[in-house]
Design a protein around this ligand. Structure first.
Ligand SMILES: Nc1ncnc2c1ncn2[C@@H]1O[C@H](COP(=O)(O)OP(=O)(O)OP(=O)(O)O)[C@@H](O)[C@H]1O
Ligand SMILES: [Mg+2]
Length: 243
């Protein structure tokens, strides 16, 4: 299997932009790609979360970047801008680990069968619950994909990122890199120092994703092209045990 799992230090930190930038950059180089998002919420109220209104919903942006239908990417879609568990409850449903794991496994085998590279975007942060006995971290472990961590460049990011790294490693996940996004053209002393501190204290590669001018695929491909995605995909993922 060939793919990456994109998590973040929080909601609204740039997971979708990073995932879409990777998909667009890969597709621009002839890579066949696909994407999966376990659940999307907030479709009734775009802009209620951290996402500005002019950015499309996650599955739409991922679908446009991957060149596949948005609905295929996120089988579970809800209106309210709340956690997936609460959104499901409000819709009179219960999210189960079985259902979410099966959807993730189906996305993996479909991309394997069609020789596509799969980018899975998590929900919220690594310990965000998806079902009673399933966190985003559990899903990443079960899918056995290497991890990228999207993080903010500014104040507070060192602690959030190191916590996420520690959690990922404790679960046996193989962390490819932390990606600070959006990285300004002229980073401040704080932003540069945050990057160095995360690399030094986290013993991790830290990369940056420039600010895309908007959700257009060409703009995403341009910023994504700076990332060493070939190397991230080429390394053999460490096999992790599902918990
Ligand atoms: N590299 C970037 N270029 C341009 N805008 C960015 C970039 N990174 C983050 N942003 C801004 O941050 C917002 C939130 O990013 P994004 O939607 O990717 O976060 P998320 O972690 O996927 O959120 P969610 O938890 O809702 O899925 C974007 O809508 C965009 O305005
Ligand atoms: Mg997102």
């Amino acid at each position: 299997m060939r793919g990456l799992f994109v998590t973040g230090t929080d909601t609204g930190v740039g997971k979708t932009v990073l995932s879409a930038a990777l998909l667009a950059a890969m597709a621009a180089h002839g890579e066949r790609v696909s994407a999966h998002k376990p659940a999307v919420t907030g479709l009734d109220d775009p802009g209620a979360d951290a996402t500005p209104r002019h950015w499309p919903a996650d599955h739409e942006l991922l679908g446009a970047a991957a060149g596949i239908s948005a609905d295929e990417i996120a089988p579970l879609r809800y209106g309210p801008a709340v956690s997936p568990m609460l959104a499901a409850e409000l819709a009179g449903e219960t999210l189960t680990a079985t259902r979410l794991l099966a959807a993730g496994a189906a996305a993996l085998s479909a991309s394997d069968a069609t020789d596509r590279t799969l980018i899975v975007e998590g929900v919220g942060g690594l310990l965000s619950p998806l079902a009673d006995n399933l966190t985003v971290c559990d899903l990443a472990v079960a899918l056995r994909l290497p991890l990228l961590i999207a993080a903010r460049p500014g104040l507070g990011t060192i602690n959030h990122t190191l916590l996420t790294l520690q959690c990922a490693r404790a679960a046996g996940l193989s962390v490819r890199a932390v990606v600070l996004t959006p990285w300004p053209p002229q980073p401040s002393a704080l932003e540069r120092s945050n990057l160095e501190a995360i690399a030094r204290f986290g013993f991790v590669e830290v990369h940056t994703l420039g600010r895309a001018s908007g959700p257009e695929i060409a703009a995403l491909a341009r910023v994504g092209a700076e990332l060493p995605w070939r190397r991230w995909l080429g390394e053999r993922p460490r096999v992790a045990q599902a918990s």
